[in-house]
Design a protein around this ligand. Sequence first.
Ligand code: FE2
Ligand code: FE2
Length: 344
Amino acid sequence: MATTTTTTTADGGQLARTLTDVELLRELEPVAEAGLNQHLATTKDWSPHDYVPWSDGANYAAAGGREWDVDDSGISDLARVAMITNLLTEDNLPSYHRAIAESFTVDDAWGAWVNRWTVEENRHGTALRDYLVVTRAVDPVELERARMLQVTAGFSPGQQGQGTVGPESMLDTLVYVTFQELATRVSHRNTGRACDEPIADQLLKRVSADENLHMIFYRGVGAAALDLSPDRAIRAICRILSSFQMPGFSIPNFRRNAVKIAVGGIYDLRQHLDEVIMPVLRYWRIFERDDFTGEGLRLRDELAVFIAYTEVEADRFDESKARYLERDARKAQRLSARSSSQPV
Ligand SMILES: [Fe+2]
Ligand SMILES: [Fe+2]
């Protein structure tokens, strides 16, 4: 496969030029088709209703029952925050569908993938919402209010004051979704563990298995894109990784909750580097390839510097997290000593 294509000029000469997005999509279409077929052969069908303990449910006030109370929730504050963040992230599906349909088109195998992916993602939101509302794990009024805000704001990186970098090419989108699917897999899996409840754990295991298969599709097409146009692909990788934000970054209180989620071990910089960035870069053999040239080689060096810097930042975060947890444990000890010495 070739990095560039040639155009015949008016005087009959040949002019080498970089492939356009349309040409990249056409070249990669057989890879997308093979990836889709592989996905359909591997994925397991499942139903959201199988992961909801319906008999634990009760009517809310409007139907003659009672409103939600924080004491109803059988999961920790950390699990609640993570569950809400994960669900609101899934809820913004209309924006993601639009973004990937614009980048990948709705034609041929690309369109079939976009629709298949959308229907699977929709299942995630349905399953999580049913579970949370039936078990009264989170405040449903707050959840609905946040969903309205989140979906109304949409997901438009680089626009409407959201983040600084938006996708400029289909390669940017392809690279973003590869890392994002893997990040979501890690986050769902750890949220399931944090719930400390077997049905939630099973549900989130199931969802994270889907996210993994989505990542495998995008990672496979990404590998072909690197072979086809290595210098353009490495530019997309550098651009996306150096500004990476989870799609939920527009959720109300996202920053504050992201700190809780990181300190709680659901998703932090160390996991982002070790479980998301590095496995994909290794799969793509970024640091072993010999097909980068000029600007591509310079960008790979830049990527190495970025990884080294992220490594230092991750160490720093690990240390401050350890100090914070120590302080927190001492405080809890002091409080329990004080309450046991109080006269009854
Ligand atoms: Fe999902
Ligand atoms: Fe996914």
